[in-house]
Design a binder for this molecule. Sequence first.
Ligand code: GLN
Length: 451
Amino acid sequence: AHLARIEAVDEKVHAFLHVDHEGARAQARAVDERRAAGEKLGPLAGVPLALKDIFTTRGIPTTVGSRILEGWVPPYDATLTRRLKDAGVVILGKTNMDEFAMGSSTENSAYGPTGNPWDLTRIPGGSGGGSSAALASYQAPLAIGTDTGGSIRQPAAVTGTVGVKPTYGGVSRYGMVAFSSSLDQGGPCARTVLDAALLHEVIAGHDPLDSTSIDAPVPPVVEAARAGSVAGLRIGVVKEFAGEGYQAGVMQRFTEAVDLLRELGAEVVEVSCPSFDRALAAYYLIAPSECSSNLARFDAMRYGLRVGDDGTRSAEEVTSLTRAAGFGDEVKRRIMLGTYALSSGYYDAYYGSAQKVRTLITQDFERAFGQVDVLVSPTTPTTAFPIGERADDPMAMYLADLCTIPSNLAGNSAMSLPCGLAPEDGLPVGLQIIAPAMADDRLYRVGAAVE
Ligand code: GLN
């Protein structure tokens, strides 16, 4: 049924870069066989899923939305891919994304934009716009995203779906193409909080193949989603996430969500996190710096595209020609920014300062979580904007992640879930819930209560 739905609507939505018709059917049949053989499978066995094209999948192309990996078929599965298969989750295909996960609109994909199913002339968020659009257009009931600065939560917010950035280290990064390794985190996307929790449980847990993977039990997210209560909890409203640049309808729905939390028995207080104002600036030094280093491996020798290798050119020239042709503008912009910020003469002034701001932000969270159980804010300052509106203005694009970036810098967990439609444009608004590291279960407890 889902493959038929993809056939019917994805020409318009363009959520998928690759649909694995045969593989999906084979996986579904394998689930039946495993059941028939008496294997006890979990609740998601046989349920279809849309996988962001940043996770390696053995035998199926993985492009990361880039020309530089066009035609590359990975010889191995990411740990997350393997866990999905072990659980019997059926992978329908790979979803569109901003090139190397750099963007907030999926317009930076080398393979063309994805439409927001609520209004196809608008962006579905990014970088994981393919995954969120697949959910919102009922092409898949589950999806996977990655969140470096908001790429799970912001697409969830603007498509009226649920997205969770687990605690950094909660889900293995092995086989997830690196953008900014100290920030990147894979996580679950779904249409309900409980569905996201069930998926979270499948993909989370320690992995010896990822040196930053946390060796501790996965927080009880499913139990929390089933419990769904806020009675007796202290909830902090982040004071800094309001004011200029925030759409009136977004603030209205957010305020109503906070009222609901209060009605349901939570104690709501205002919390100040003064360093959050500098999060965006710090992020746009740290993420490009790490990306400039990570993307050095795309040298035309090891993977994918190779341009100009006609026997007359040096390896260096071929590398240079390939990178010029294979990377898009935003990726090049970040590589240049990052290389500059890491250069010996500027390292302390830029990268060093950004790391200090990162520490201040972590301390703001620590202070806040000394007073409250979770924090809440709008997920994004505005609803989905029209395709093209911010495409030539990187600074305007970067503002989409104002509220989501602090959690990546600090490594804690955060969720976005729908909280109604903005009255002025009828488009979905996201409520963000933020919990301390390894307290991901709180997101689900609160999210399920207000869903
Ligand atoms: N929009 C942010 C960026 O462009 C975040 C992307 C992400 O989370 N992958 O870097």
